[in-house]
Design a protein around this ligand. Structure first.
Ligand SMILES: [Zn+2]
Ligand SMILES: [Zn+2]
Length: 244
């Protein structure tokens, strides 16, 4: 699952994954977010460097998340940079070759990362299954479980875009397949929105539906990944209010 976004750099600490040079604070950058199952990993690109990646053809610049938050000037400049990058990739066969091998490289990197993520997830699922005898929703009370199942089915009736919009409105992660985002939405509708981890300060807590505990896997702090493995009992976490 890959999400594309565009924004002004929050700090001067991130570097472009393609050309490796630093992105200035407030410089418009494109983020490629890959869901690792329990957390999201973002890599940043100059707009012109992004234009040379395999992801550039999949969406128009104005369809990227965050585009409407840029000013008119920033949007126009971003478009210019994008065209410059795309043209450079086409007109110069040598640079096309170079950028192709680069994008191939990042592709294989992405894939291996995704694969290892999947493996981890699969392994985690397996052990969780073994450990829990009360089924996949044993972390809920009987009453909550019944409402959860109803909300979950209702969420599945919605479009992916509508579910993501609802999650976004409530500040929740929008990554995952339809079943995952519908489950997140149903869970937050009943128990409330998920707060950030108080230990690392930046990771969004995840709810383990099988045993009712919360855990943190860390977060991407602009340029660096902050590891965290905090765990919380259900009564240690206060959820926020879900807005429909
Ligand atoms: Zn770059
Ligand atoms: Zn944490």
């Amino acid at each position: 699952m890959v999400e594309l976004s565009i924004e002004k750099a929050k700090s001067a600490r991130s570097a472009c994954k393609a050309c490796k040079s630093k992105l200035a604070k407030d410089e418009v950058r494109v983020g490629i977010t890959v869901s690792k199952g329990s957390y999201d990993e973002v890599t940043w690109y100059h707009v012109s460097c992004f234009a040379k990646t395999k992801h550039a053809g999949s969406k128009d610049l104005e369809d990227l998340d965050g585009y409407s938050s840029l000013s008119g000037t920033e949007q126009a400049e971003a478009k210019k940079e994008f065209e410059k990058g795309a043209k450079g990739a086409k007109s110069n066969a040598k640079s096309k070759k170079a950028s192709k091998s680069q994008s191939d490289k990042s592709e294989s990197e992405d894939e291996s990362e995704e694969d290892s993520g999947k493996g981890k997830k699969g392994a985690k699922k397996g052990t969780a299954k073994k450990a829990s005898s009360g089924g996949p929703l044993a972390g809920y009370t009987v009453a909550e479980k019944a409402i959860y199942q109803r909300y979950y089915e209702e969420a599945l009736e919605l479009s992916v875009a509508a579910i993501k919009q609802a999650l976004k409105k409530n500040g929740m992660t929008q990554n995952g397949n339809k079943a995952e985002i519908a489950s997140r939405m149903a869970d937050c509708q009943i128990l409330g929105t998920l707060p950030n981890c108080t230990k690392c300060g930046g990771g969004r807590l995840r709810f383990n539906q099988q045993d009712g505990t919360y855990f943190c896997k860390g977060y991407m702090d602009d340029a660096d990944f902050v590891n965290c493995s905090a765990k919380y009992a259900r009564n240690e976490v206060t959820r926020g209010t879900w807005t429909d």
